[in-house]
Structure formats: structure tokens, C-alpha cells
Design a protein around this ligand. Structure first.
Ligand code: SAM
Length: 285
């Protein structure tokens, strides 16, 4: 892409955005995505676009923009290209090693925050750390452990904790669900991989090619992590503790049954903003 032949910064901006929208015509929101990618190419945030000078639309920036548009047009998610995703109150670094945090997961954060402030929180399968770090930020006296099977994911979570200045209240550890976890927690949260083997076949390339397989599916019926969590959670919850797990669209009845059979009470399914089952919550008594 050559530098835009514009006579003013405003004209260069609108030409660049028009080009981006045309290239991304088949994506969900071409206007928004073009703005995000242009801002990333120019090294500014979206609000900074209107402050760019005409000289900022130079060959280097425009060829970087062309490269980002190309990556997006072949299915790479914008968040993976720009390296961050806004979730709850903060911006989280993400990479190919972590699930791109989904807006639906904010339902779990909102539901957790309706309960009493915990002293200790455990987040199983923490990924980018988006759930745990959002909760720790909301509850300034709480401490937390984030665990994951992926040490590369934990590196990302640790960097997010550094950025959010939460390192003195959080620890991350590699653990296969509860295997390396000691002690009891007032709140245990998890958004485990829950897509069944059948559903994986229908997933978009955008998700399949860019979110880690380990973060998406445990294989089989997708319920294995809930069974493992249900079997281990009583040993790690305080007497008044709460458990909240994110679930897939049709998993409410099965996941509720798993927790009831494991002896949990107050088992409830909560909807997301679109009214779909999204979270199961339970207590030990
Ligand atoms: C759906 S992602 C959730 C990530 C993050 N908590 C979020 O909500 O965006 C599931 C996470 O569970 C982790 N995971 C998968 N199998 C695991 C296991 N056996 N033990 C611990 N974590 C596991 C994955 O690496 C991934 O980070």
C-alpha cells in the first residue's frame, strides 16, 4: 500500500478507514475493526486517530495497516492481532496461548460480585487471568490463586497482574484442575473448556485456528471438567463458600445435576444478558 494521496490529515484518515472497511466488508463490524487496526498500525488508541498528522500516514504506517487488514481478512480475530481485549473494567493482554476473553464471561464476574466479599478466591483454568484479576480489582482485600494446565497461559496472566498492579494479591500455578491446589477458598470460579467433540466440528475457523484447543474443548460430551471440579471442590471450599462455573448454552441441566449429585445445594443456573443459560452456582450447605 502506498502513502495516501491526501491533502489533509482528515482526508487521509477517511481514505484509510474507507479502504479498511472495504477490505473487511465480510467481517462483523468493518467500521470498528478498521479503526482498531489503523490505530494499532499508527501506535495510537482509537481516540488518537483524529489527532494524527498527515505525515503519520506514511509508507511505514500504511504498509503495517495493509498487513493487519490482510491478517484480519483471512480470519485472524482483531483482538489477537492487536494483542488485547477489553474485559469488565480493564484491558487484558492476550496471545495465541490464551482464550480470547468473551463478553459472556462477564456474566460470571457480575454474578460473583453479587455475593459477599471473599478473603480467598481460586480461579481454575485462569487463562489470561481476566476473571480472577477483575474480581481482585473489585474486592481490594481479597487474595487469589489462578491455576492452569498451560504455563504459557500463566505467563500472560502474570503480565496482566503486573499491569493491573495486583501482583501482591495473586499467585499463579500450573495445576491439572485441583491436583496442585492446597487449602480452602471462599469463592471458587471456573470457565473450563466445555465445547463437546460434536460441537467442535461446527466451530468457525476464526475460533478453531486462533484459540488454543486446550481452552476450547475437553473432548467427548464437554462435561468432563465439571465432573472433576465437582469431585474435588468440597475439599477446597470453606463451609460458607460459593462455586460459580461458566457453562455452554445447553449444559445447564447436566452441569446442575453433576453438582447436585456431588452433594451441593443452592444449585442455580443464571442467564447472560441475552437470556441464555451461562453460569451455574452452588454452595456446600
Ligand atoms: C475456556 S478457557 C478460560 C480462560 C479464562 N478463564 C477466560 O474465562 O477467558 C479454559 C482454560 O482452562 C485451561 N485448562 C484446560 N484444561 C485444564 C486442566 N486440566 N487443568 C487446568 N486448566 C485447564 C485452559 O488452558 C484454558 O486456559
Amino acid at each position: 500500500m502506498t502513502p495516501l494521496k491526501a491533502r489533509s490529515a482528515g482526508q487521509a484518515l477517511s481514505m484509510a478507514l474507507k479502504l479498511g472497511q472495504e477490505t473487511l466488508a465480510n467481517t462483523d463490524n468493518p467500521a470498528r475493526e478498521a479503526r482498531l487496526l489503523l490505530a494499532h498500525a499508527a501506535g495510537v488508541d482509537q481516540a488518537g486517530l483524529i489527532q494524527l498528522d498527515i505525515s503519520d500516514f506514511n509508507t511505514e504506517v500504511m504498509s503495517r495497516y495493509a498487513d493487519l487488514l490482510q491478517r484480519r481478512s483471512v480470519g485472524e480475530p482483531v483482538s489477537k492481532i492487536i494483542g488485547y481485549r477489553d474485559f469488565w473494567n480493564h484491558r487484558f493482554e492476550i496471545s495465541a496461548d490464551v482464550l480470547d476473553p468473551r463478553p459472556d464471561t462477564e456474566t460470571l464476574v457480575a454474578a460473583a460480585l453479587k455475593g459477599p466479599a471473599p478473603d480467598r478466591i481460586l480461579d481454575l483454568g485462569t487463562g489470561s487471568g481476566c476473571i480472577l484479576l477483575s474480581l481482585l480489582d473489585e474486592w481490594p482485600r481479597a487474595t487469589g490463586i489462578g491455576s492452569d494446565l498451560s504455563d504459557k497461559a500463566l505467563d500472560v496472566a502474570q503480565r496482566n497482574a503486573d499491569t493491573l498492579k495486583l501482583t501482591d494479591r495473586v499467585a499463579f500455578m500450573v495445576s491439572d484442575w485441583f491436583s496442585a491446589i492446597d487449602g480452602r477458598f471462599d469463592l471458587i470460579v471456573s470457565n473450563p473448556p466445555y465445547i463437546s467433540a460434536d460441537e467442535m466440528r461446527g466451530l468457525s475457523r476464526e475460533v478453531l485456528n486462533h484459540d488454543p484447543h486446550l481452552a476450547l474443548t475437553p473432548g467427548g460430551d464437554g462435561l468432563a471438567p465439571y465432573r472433576v471440579i465437582a469431585a474435588g471442590v468440597a475439599e477446597h471450599l470453606t463451609e460458607t463458600g460459593r462455586l460459580l462455573v461458566e457453562i455452554g448454552l445447553h449444559q445447564g441441566p447436566d452441569v446442575s445435576a453433576i453438582f447436585r449429585q456431588a452433594g451441593f445445594v443452592n444449585v442455580e443456573t443464571l442467564p447472560d444478558l441475552e437470556g441464555r443459560d451461562r453460569v451455574v452456582t452452588a454452595t456446600v450447605r
